[in-house]
Design a protein around this ligand. Sequence first.
Ligand SMILES: Nc1nc2c(c(=O)[nH]1)N[C@H]1C(S)=C(S)[C@@H](COP(=O)(O)O)O[C@H]1N2
Ligand SMILES: [Mo]
Length: 155
Amino acid sequence: MRTLFLLLACCLQIHAADLVVQIGTEKPLTVKMSDLELLPHQTVKAADHGGKEATWTGVPLYQVLQFAGVSFGDSLRGPALAQYVVVTANDGYKAVFALPELDPRSTDDPVLLCESMNDAALPADLGPLRMVLPKEKRHFRWVRNVAKIEVRKVE
Ligand SMILES: Nc1nc2c(c(=O)[nH]1)N[C@H]1C(S)=C(S)[C@@H](COP(=O)(O)O)O[C@H]1N2
Ligand SMILES: [Mo]
């Protein structure tokens, strides 16, 4: 019985860690932590809302979107610029990004989907995934407990 409980808890944990990425009206894609691990990472130093400095490591958000099929680079012009990204947390909190804010050809300011802080996995109140924007003066887009990333288009 105890083993069964542990197995169930383990499965729920894995399930909770999955990230849903939806591009337009396409079928949502489930991105696992193990998929994210394979993508290029970046480490930054940044102070959180309370002013405490930490080292954050994660995947640039554009890399996650590219992995899901969104084109950056030369094709990011014209109608493609009407796209925007909605990052939703498991408490329903949402933050919006425009694609050029994420594109390294357009900005040097990192926008990271982080899985670790000070070389450790994020605690449950922050993670497993948290947005980190070291250059942003306000912390409102440092979305905790990221559950879903959607790309939509302005009509
Ligand atoms: N999921 C979620 N993330 C969130 C928020 C929230 O309400 N829910 N608030 C944001 C705001 S307004 C701020 S200032 C920071 C606060 O970050 P902290 O919890 O590390 O202090 O988290 C941001 N991320
Ligand atoms: Mo805030």
